[in-house]
Design a protein around this ligand. Structure first.
Ligand code: IMP
Ligand code: MG
Length: 202
């Protein structure tokens, strides 16, 4: 039988690893950082506070936390562990195509949540709100499924979206208008695993 006794290699905590200097972080594959925008510690503190806010905001009813893939995967996994009440987790994958002039019918769900939304509090979790186009369309689609309530939680909000009918209720940080990577956010699928949020030098 396989011995499942923990060994040193998978029991050591993060503190066992030497701290990484963001200027020479091997995760960046040689790309240069412009700056670290939110450190690991800042993110952890903010996510804990958001968890408390969300816990307090839903005194009753079924809560379904819906992560919008892929960007929300790290944020969501940290966030739900800070919410102290029963909840369900599911994900959705949206594909948007066309440009700003396409109608709202043109966001397709590539992966539709298997969990039913009817009668539940839905908390849609997004990595970053930029133009807000994706969210705007998803809110319409999800609203048709008769949830008890529908709210958005975004780690980052650039506050340039001017046409959101549903304001983002829970915001981690008001983000600068830079292209950001890390903590789930990517550039061509790179940098999602970087534990802080950074902007890269051109
Ligand atoms: P929106 O529809 O313009 O709000 O775009 C939202 C999506 O674009 C996000 O879910 C991200 O996947 C991506 N995105 C927008 N801004 C950034 C950024 O600064 N870094 C990485 N991805 C971004
Ligand atoms: Mg992306």
């Amino acid at each position: 039988m396989t011995d499942l006794t923990p060994t040193a290699s998978h029991t050591r905590g993060a503190s066992a690893y030497p701290p990484v200097d963001p200027a020479r972080d091997p995760r960046l594959a040689g790309r240069k950082l412009r700056r670290v925008v939110y450190s690991e510690q800042e993110i952890a503190a903010r996510v804990a506070a958001l968890g408390e806010e969300i816990t307090a905001a839903y005194p009753d009813g079924d809560l379904l936390v819906l992560g919008l893939l892929k960007g929300s995967f790290i944020f969501l996994s940290d966030l739900v562990r800070q919410v102290v009440r029963p909840l369900q987790v599911d994900f959705l994958v949206a594909s948007s195509y066309g440009d700003a002039t396409v109608s709202s019918g043109n966001v397709r769900l590539l992966y539709d949540p298997e969990t039913s939304l009817g009668g539940k509090h839905i908390l849609l979790v997004e990595d970053i709100v930029d133009s807000g186009r994706t969210l705007q369309k998803l809110v319409g689609l999800l609203g048709e499924r008769r949830p008890r309530s529908l709210e958005i939680c975004a780690l980052l909000h650039k506050h340039i979206a001017s046409h959101l009918t549903l304001p983002v209720r829970f915001v981690g940080f008001d983000a600068p208008e830079e292209f950001l990577v890390g903590y789930g956010l990517d550039h061509a699928e790179h940098f999602r695993h970087v534990p802080y949020v950074a902007s890269l030098a051109a």
